[in-house]
Design a protein around this ligand. Structure first.
Ligand SMILES: COc1nc(N)nc2c1ncn2[C@H]1C[C@H](O)[C@@H](COP(=O)(O)OP(=O)(O)OP(=O)(O)O)O1
Length: 179
């Protein structure tokens, strides 16, 4: 854990097209990560599990309603100075509704392959975990940051049961109001 001892929780949510050939990203229009392409997402509300947070944030930021989605991996980000971030990443395989630009996000489809992703306009660590996301291989990724610089990383492919155990621990913390 970084020196601040604080952990902040966020979701990141990525819709895939029905044939899996495209992914929907959003360009953040304000606040944290402004100008960067990322999945949709944000902080859980009080009493909310991460899955519910992912569903709500996607709806709020893109207008669509995820009907089939699952956790694809977790980003554990330690910072040498600021708070640490624990960020489950979700893959949406079915949704209803119309995609819309919102106050927070400008949505755009990208090809679901590494050479189609706008890595130069994504968070610095994106290129380290997106290969797992694209291959549909569950992952647990650990990063040590100094500000925006990645000092070290360890991205492990894991079984779904292991990922489930990580998610259970996070939900337990959220539901106990300890986040
Ligand atoms: C290096 O760190 C990050 N990497 C990646 N890939 N994604 C990150 C990183 N830091 C934050 N994020 C994601 C997590 C969330 O999806 C957004 C930030 O969420 P936001 O600040 O918009 O949270 P909200 O709850 O929506 O906040 P407001 O209600 O204030 O809009 O970035």
């Amino acid at each position: 854990m970084g020196t601040s001892g604080k952990i902040k929780y966020f979701s990141v949510v990525v819709p895939f097209s029905s044939d899996g050939s495209q992914i929907l990203l959003g360009r953040k229009k304000r606040g944290m990560g402004e100008g960067l392409w990322n999945g949709f997402g944000g902080k859980p509300e009080k009493g909310e599990t991460m899955g519910r947070c992912a569903h709500r944030e996607l709806q709020e930021e893109s207008g669509i309603d995820a009907t089939e989605y699952e956790c694809a991996g977790i980003l554990y980000m330690d910072d040498t100075a600021g708070p640490d971030y624990h960020i489950p990443v979700y893959r949406v395989t079915k949704y209803t509704g119309e995609i819309a630009e919102t106050e927070e996000m400008e949505p755009q489809w990208f090809g679901a392959s590494e050479d189609c992703l706008p890595y130069d306009k994504m968070y610095a660590e994106a290129k380290l975990w997106w290969p797992n996301m694209l291959a549909n291989t569950p992952f647990v990724a650990k990063f040590l940051f100094e500000g925006e610089r990645v000092l070290s990383h360890d991205v492990q492919s894991v079984g779904r049961e292991v990922l489930g155990e990580h998610m259970d621990r996070i939900d337990e913390i959220l539901l106990a109001g300890k986040a």
